[in-house]
Design a protein around this ligand. Structure first.
Ligand SMILES: Cc1ncc(COP(=O)(O)O)c(C=O)c1O
Length: 323
């Protein structure tokens, strides 16, 4: 991780280095195994197991007001993902948090999307996990993409897609082919995204967000077992719901319940809280963004502001449900 000390902005350096730093301060930035560089200069070996097998894990963290939002929760989940795939990264000896903070400073973005990936590392291609190889650590720092205002006002349309993923989607693995295919199919057919539902009619999650349902004043979200990602935003929203005196029930949600909901919304680091107003071309409830979704989104925004105005790193001021 020696690259942290290399070429700090504002530090002594040759004019060429300073020019690069100035350029990096306003553009997208990458980090790879100890070095910050422009994204197009970041390279990995073709024998990296992330490239060969999708053998790696990741997180997406955002910043608001130059502060990383719920970083601790994301880092805890990254550790859980690493443990689940027996990826031996030394999180205590080579912590990623200072690198992420440094990258955020260097890119100069107020609202950034930070992608953090750890792969098993480089080794001759063979399925068994090799011993003693160095994990590859990659990060990118980009402007946070925003949901267009009209989509926030109108809500989004979803289609139902058959759940074809593996049984361990609680691991945030880079292996995302079923999600890629389902999202592509959804967009091709004119939907915003797809919600995975099993053959037996169990609602899981969308290709990159968790699902919430409001019905008769109750809020439901699919059970956080091994079959879905335990969303950081999902956990945070459960806490936001408490602020409103609401309880979110985690349980098995069937397709019939989803289709008969008063309101449906998505939660995710980049979509935040996003209303779903139609599913398979049928309106959800009255087809408008509902009051529960609005209240939760407003509470979410207030809490984001509180957290990101606070001194120091953005940490939850209250305890979050365990994910
Ligand atoms: C499959 C899936 N579910 C849920 C989420 C939402 O998780 P989070 O709130 O931690 O971003 C994501 C985010 O990328 C995802 O990929």
């Amino acid at each position: 991780m020696s690259g942290l000390a290399q070429g700090r902005p504002g530090g002594p350096g040759a004019p060429a280095t300073r020019r690069i730093e100035r350029r990096l301060a306003i553009s997208e930035l990458a980090y790879i195994n100890g070095t910050f560089c422009p994204i197009d200069q970041a390279k990995v070996s073709i024998e990296d197991r992330g490239f060969q097998f999708g053998d790696g894990i990741y997180e997406v963290v955002v910043s608001y007001n130059k502060r990383l939002f719920l970083l601790d929760e994301h880092m805890k989940r990254l550790r859980r993902s690493a443990a689940a795939i027996q990826l031996d990264y030394d999180f205590d000896g080579a912590p990623l948090e200072p690198i992420i903070e440094e990258g955020l400073k260097r890119c100069g973005l107020t609202e950034a999307m930070v992608y953090v990936q750890i792969t098993r590392g480089v080794a001759p291609r063979a399925h068994p996990i090799p011993r003693g190889i160095q994990p590859t650590v990659v990060m990118t720092f980009k402007p946070l993409p925003k949901i267009p205002a009209d989509l926030r006002q109108r809500g989004v349309s979803m289609m139902i897609a058959p759940e074809k993923r593996w049984a361990r989607c609680f691991i945030k693995a880079v292996t995302l082919l079923p999600n890629v295919l389902a999202k592509t199919e959804a967009v091709r057919r004119g939907y915003f995204d797809a919600i995975f539902v099993t053959d037996s009619g169990e609602v899981r999650e969308s290709t990159s967000a968790n699902v919430f349902i409001a019905k008769d004043g109750q809020i439901l979200t699919p059970r956080r077992d091994e079959s879905i990602l335990h969303g950081i935003t999902q956990g945070f929203l459960m806490d936001c719901a408490k602020d409103l005196g609401l309880v979110v029930e985690e349980r098995v949600v069937d397709l019939e319940t989803l289709r008969g909901a008063d309101e449906v919304f998505l939660s995710g680091t980049t979509v935040e809280v996003l209303a779903v107003t139609s599913i398979d071309d049928e309106p959800v409830g009255d087809g408008l963004v509902g009051p529960m979704t609005r209240r939760l989104y407003e509470t979410f925004r207030v809490r984001v502001k509180e957290e990101s105005d606070a001194e120091g790193l953005c940490k939850p001021s209250r305890s979050l449900p365990t994910v």
